[in-house]
Write a protein that binds this ligand. Structure first.
Ligand code: FE2
Length: 413
């Protein structure tokens, strides 16, 4: 038995003086071949009229054809499928454009929205589930809208592993005019059902797998250290971290191994639960301006910042030894300080092995345009404040300038 599964033993937390909430609202179906049972699962709820948002990247695959066939043979009253054809991450205008496909006479024509695809596809299903029962333009629901009619139920069927979108209520959308990533984030967006089937993710290309999988690594590590973490989120973060780390380590040598993908999928799910309940940190936050201004995918963008942030935290005394124990049980006897140094090195080494850039110049960020990111960092203070040791807005700016090859301002400038 793993000793560390006992709650409250991390970081000297006194359980008797600790209070927290914890939410987990998604009914999970996990297993190779589970997606073939999707029709039956939906029928049992029961849903009668089905709205599907389908990722075109997987639509033509033989396994996906079987999955869709399994839904069709259940004879639902109505099945409406919209193939997600957006080239970029979704924006509010796209939601308004697609909404009529799922409406009849001003009312929703479906009972639920099923997102079959990557994180953006599932987010899109969440957005439509809100819009179907709340009149008004999508942009009017940006941020954290209150007083909404509860969304239609959402079913998440991810074909990539990493975002945790199948278990979180966040749905990210870009406000193109305002050049910001905001989203429609409401607790009504928690997926009612999630199907995690390793056969759905086994064929996704290695680069995509790494780019999305690293998002799960960021979620696990940052939510573990997050100031809002609690004994329960730490269990999910630690377990999720162990699965994601070991899977990512093996991806380059076994890119299409079903077992490796299954660990990545489960680990990202566990990390998503921790993220949902504890929050994230600077790497997750810094990924947004890099995505908005330079088009870098969210997971990859967070992964770029992860090694320097872990090193920053270790240098200032944050203790990752429980995470180190989870991936190097043979080194449990090492002194805490040594485990932390080793942890920072292991994260850097893994990112190198996966080909995650260690600078921003490869994305086109340079001294002439870095101001685009710097200007956005001022609004990231609340996310930075979740870091377990001090990481100020100035620290964030210095990190971005260093990584873009720009001269760094002096301390306190
Ligand atoms: Fe993320």
């Amino acid at each position: 038995m793993k000793e560390w599964i006992l709650m409250g033993d991390d970081r000297g937390i006194q359980l008797e003086s600790c209070e927290f909430e914890f939410r987990l609202r998604t009914h999970l179906h996990f297993g190779a071949g589970k997606a073939l049972q999707l029709g039956r699962i939906l029928k049992e709820v029961p849903y009668r009229r089905i709205g599907i948002i389908l990722d075109p990247g997987v639509a033509g695959q033989p396994y996906m054809q079987q999955v869709l066939e399994g839904i069709r043979k259940e004879a639902f009253e109505d099945i409406r499928v919209w193939t997600y054809d957006l080239k970029e991450e979704p924006d509010y205008d796209a939601l308004d454009r697609v909404k009529p496909e799922f409406m009849t006479g001003g009312r929703s024509a479906v009972d639920c929205f099923i997102g079959i695809g990557g994180g953006s596809v599932i987010d899109f299903a969440k957005g439509l589930a809100t819009l179907a029962v709340n009149p008004g333009p999508a942009l009017s629901f940006r941020g954290f809208p209150a007083g909404l009619t509860p969304s239609l139920p959402i079913v998440a069927v991810p074909t990539t592993a990493g975002t945790g979108s199948e278990v979180t209520y966040n749905a990210v959308f870009i406000d193109r005019a305002g050049k910001r990533k905001l989203g429609i984030n409401t607790e009504h967006n928690f997926p009612a059902l999630a199907v995690l089937d390793p056969l759905l993710v086994v064929s996704s290309p290695e680069r995509v797998t790494i780019s999305t999988g690293i998002d799960g690594l960021v979620h696990a590590i940052e939510s573990y250290g997050c100031r809002r973490s609690n004994p329960l989120t730490m269990v999910f973060a630690r377990e999720g971290f162990a699965h994601v780390y070991s899977a990512l380590e093996r991806i380059p040598d076994a890119p299409h191994d079903t077992g490796v993908r299954a660990h990545l999928q489960l680990g990202a799910y566990l990390a998503g639960i921790s993220l949902m309940n504890a929050g994230s940190g600077p790497a997750g936050a810094l990924s947004y301006p890099l995505g908005v201004h330079f088009g870098v995918a969210h997971g990859l963008a967070g992964g770029v910042f992860l090694p320097p942030l872990v090193a920053h935290n270790v240098e200032r005394g944050f203790d990752y030894s429980a995470l180190h124990d989870a991936i190097a049980p043979g080194d449990r006897h090492l002194p805490q300080e040594e485990k932390n140094r080793s942890f920072a090195w292991k994260i850097q080494e893994l990112c190198q092995k996966l080909g995650i850039p260690d600078n921003l110049r490869v994305f086109g960020v340079n001294p002439g345009n870095v101001h685009l990111i710097l200007a956005d960092i001022d609004s990231l203070g609340p996310a930075f404040a979740q870091n377990p040791v001090d990481f100020s807005v100035d620290d964030g700016k210095r990190l971005v300038m260093r990584m873009s090859g720009s001269p760094e301002p002096s301390q306190g400038a």
